[in-house]
Design a protein around this ligand. Sequence first.
Ligand code: NDP
Length: 253
Amino acid sequence: MKMFDLSGKIAIVTGGSQGIGFAMARGLALAGATVIITNRRAAEGQKAAEALKQEGLSAVAIPADVSDISSVAAMVSRVIKDFGKIDILVNNAGIIVRKPVEEVGEEEWDRIMSTNLKGMFFCCQLVGKEMLRSKGGKIINTSSVIATKLQPLRSVYAISKAGVSHLTRALALEWGKYNINVNAIAPGVTITPLNEKYFKEHPQELEGYARATPKGRVAYPEDYAGAAVFLASDASDYITGQTLVVDGGMSIC
Ligand code: NDP
């Protein structure tokens, strides 16, 4: 449908090499966008872009570390040099630490916040400047259901994700008049490389999440592709500052 068509659009997906980011990147590419996969490990990003190209989709990999502003600036410059504009930014790169509050170290706090919150803010700022120049764009930030429905042992992660939802509102407030929409997707529990080792070691916890979800299962990364296409497309032009919870209903219980 034309309303959801992303043909001709240039989209950056941070953390697009695997898991939820890869599924969202694939969704945007299937809708017609050229996707730039951005992550730290260059070989993994390259592999992900190749997988999309094998399907006849348009994708390239440009590595960057979102916690390092100069690295993000270099990536954004390269995208502008090669493609001339950025229409869509999916800020999806994220990391987690699972520890009791009393054991969290300063280095862990800094590492989580540098990626999940500071990195996201400056990705928005650097790409946002290009969107201001080109008079519009769509930004989608990956939050989490944990921003509102807490789980134990994930305090710093949960705090960072609550920050993502407010960051989304703060930027939407300033940039609405410039035709830049800023929204977030809050995923529920999803099996990805982020947590597959943890859930292998804690199968009962995983079963508990599935039981506590009205849809009766945890999520697949592919469950987020439709929401990403919607928030990147003309179909969502009057939606900004919102967090779309995609969690199989888990947060209503
Ligand atoms: P994965 O660990 O599978 O993927 C994380 C991605 O982010 C990888 O591509 C990784 O690549 C990249 N990345 C990590 N740190 C950086 C960095 N500093 N700079 C650039 N890229 C980085 O995670 P998920 O797919 O599970 O998670 C994706 C997002 O969804 C995260 O924000 C996460 O918090 C959120 N989320 C996940 C849930 C889940 O249950 N899985 C639930 C709710 C939210 P590389 O290591 O090469 O840099």
